[in-house]
Design a protein around this ligand. Structure first.
Ligand code: ADP
Ligand code: TYD
Length: 206
């Protein structure tokens, strides 16, 4: 029995973690076997790499080294958690996955998309069955992200301009990989967004 691999993507503060959690709760309440996870991290090794990635000075790593570190973390996460759960027929819900690397490492510090894609093809090679893109205007996203506690230091300096670039990039990615993407307006109350997310899931699981 093959499981279902669902990812949430979008800019910081768009509500991904909130919606991933609400979806996991709703599916569990229906008796589904759900694994809720996130990137970077999600397995012991990947969580160690997460700390290397998110702590320290913004210029601690070059863009190329970041691609390698995010991909190394993802490979461990995939081997240790995601693939075994899918093989056991579970629903895996992951807050960010390879699309985030395509955007953040592929776009934000020059065009490195070809390198991101090459490493993904070599080391990951798996795409989600469904990706929920929560779309949101950059200023609102930034305000929400800043209102949240415990944000890591390396990525917290994202300004509105970069958020806007990432938003446009995600929308383009949704067209590039259209069959697996669903676009949801995140600038509404949590319950309305959650209702739309659940409708996407029903369609995907049908
Ligand atoms: P992300 O994981 O995309 O960065 P979060 O889910 O952590 O976003 O949400 C960022 C902040 O915004 C949190 O404080 C969260 O409680 C709040 N939030 C999430 N969804 C909504 C919403 N629909 N309306 C208002 N606030 C929200
Ligand atoms: P996270 O702590 O999950 O923040 P958020 O809840 O706002 O998504 O992720 C930290 C940062 O890591 C976030 O700003 C996006 C970045 N990131 C990348 O740059 N590349 C990646 O491949 C992933 C998964 C995340």
């Amino acid at each position: 029995m093959a499981g279902h691999f669902i990812t949430f993507e979008g800019i910081d503060g768009s509500g991904k973690s909130t919606q991933a959690r609400l979806l996991a709760d709703a599916l569990r309440a229906e008796g589904r076997d759900v694994v809720l996870t996130r990137e970077p991290g999600g397995s012991k090794g990947a969580d160690e790499i997460r700390r290397l990635l998110l702590e320290g000075d913004p210029d601690r790593w070059s863009a190329e080294t970041e691609i390698l570190l995010f991909t190394a973390a993802r490979r461990d996460h995939l081997e240790r958690l995601i693939e075994p759960a899918l093989a056991a027929g579970k629903i895996v819900i992951c807050d960010r996955f390879a699309d985030s690397t395509r955007m953040y490492q592929g776009l934000s510090r020059g065009n490195l998309r070809a390198k991101v894609d090459a490493l993904h093809a070599l080391m990951i090679g798996r795409e989600p069955d469904l990706t929920v893109l929560i779309d949101m205007d950059p200023a609102t996203g930034l305000t929400r992200a800043k209102g949240r506690n415990g944000h890591e230091e390396r990525f917290e300096d994202f300004g509105v301009e970069l958020q806007a670039q990432m938003r446009a990039g995600f929308l383009a990615l949704a067209e590039e990989f259209a069959p697996r993407f669903r676009l949801i307006d995140g600038a509404r109350d949590m319950e309305s967004v959650a209702r739309d997310v659940m409708a996407c899931l029903r369609e995907a699981l049908a």
